[in-house]
Design a protein around this ligand. Structure first.
Ligand SMILES: Nc1nc2c(c(=O)[nH]1)N[C@H]1C(S)=C(S)[C@@H](COP(=O)(O)O)O[C@H]1N2
Ligand SMILES: [Mo]
Length: 262
């Protein structure tokens, strides 16, 4: 038998010693987290603003990079093959909700209206509503969603964007990355990534509940793009253009996500 006091193992620390040890660890870890969070915040705060000339709402480069990465990841999951859920037409709302009319408030001169399509060559096509109505008709009943927090099952009819492209020989234009659309007065405008524009349920619509679209809902032609929030569903389309840079976008300029996909 030895008289030597055994060296205290970790297990035998007194209660006080244990508490001190835990306090030390907690404060060290907490302090380190605090310092790195502050460092991260300084880093973000000192990062340059994105250099895109006001196409988006102006944020720090790393934040925009994160949004763009998210967009790409989501596009990979919700690819073009993913169809938005549709409903029987009996489920469509009879009283269709109405929202803002930026760029579609003034009196519509229906006889003078032409859809202007700016081709890569610079040529501008002017297409009448009758030419559009002569194309194969496509109906869709789906849940329309506005970013403000409401949604409604609605019934729209028109020509699918892909069919419109084919009919008017715009395949070369669809090799570009983006489509831009504007109201005739250019007050409201949107930009779309090409895969979403070419999605099989994207429609240039001229009917709502099987009747011509009322003026307040976008007569004579509006965009119905079920893979996007309402903000991208431009009413009273005036011009369509194609580009490799992001077209300007009314709500993206106000800080909304450029993609605004569902
Ligand atoms: N020209 C134009 N298109 C527009 C808008 C607008 O203000 N002007 N608002 C958008 C928004 S935010 C929504 S939710 C829908 C609303 O369409 P509705 O009025 O037919 O419900 O249109 C979209 N298209
Ligand atoms: Mo909206």
């Amino acid at each position: 038998m030895s008289n030597r006091a055994p060296k205290k193992s970790r297990k035998e620390l007194s209660v006080d010693q244990k508490i001190n040890r835990r306090n030390f660890i907690s404060f060290t870890v907490f302090g380190a987290l605090g310092v790195s969070a502050y460092g991260g915040w300084r880093w973000l705060y000192n990062s340059p603003m994105e250099p895109d000339g006001g196409i988006t709402g102006n944020t720090r480069v790393p934040l925009r990079r994160a949004l763009n990465k998210t967009e790409l990841a989501f596009r990979r999951v919700f690819s073009n093959n993913h169809l938005v859920k549709t409903y029987p037409k009996e489920m469509a709302a009879k009283y269709v909700r109405h929202n803002t009319d930026i760029g579609s408030k003034s009196k519509l001169d229906a006889a003078a209206w032409r859809l202007q399509v700016r081709k890569i060559s610079g040529e501008i096509m002017a297409i009448s509503i009758d030419e559009i109505k002569a194309l194969p008709k496509f109906d869709i009943v789906y849940d329309f969603k506005c970013v403000e927090g409401w949604d409604q099952i609605q019934h729209w009819g028109g020509v699918r964007f892909v069919d419109f492209i084919k009919h008017f020989g715009l395949e070369a234009e669809t090799k570009l990355d983006y489509v831009g659309m504007e109201t005739p007065d250019k007050e409201y405008y949107i930009g779309l990534d090409m895969p979403s524009a070419m999605h099989p349920q994207t429609v240039l619509a001229y009917e709502m509940n099987e009747m011509p679209i009322p003026v307040k809902h976008g007569a004579p032609l509006r965009l119905i793009i079920p893979v996007k929030y309402g903000i991208k569903n431009l009413k009273r389309i005036g011009t369509i253009s194609f580009s490799n840079h992001r077209p300007h976008d009314y709500w993206a300029e106000q800080g909304y996500d450029y993609y605004s996909g569902l």
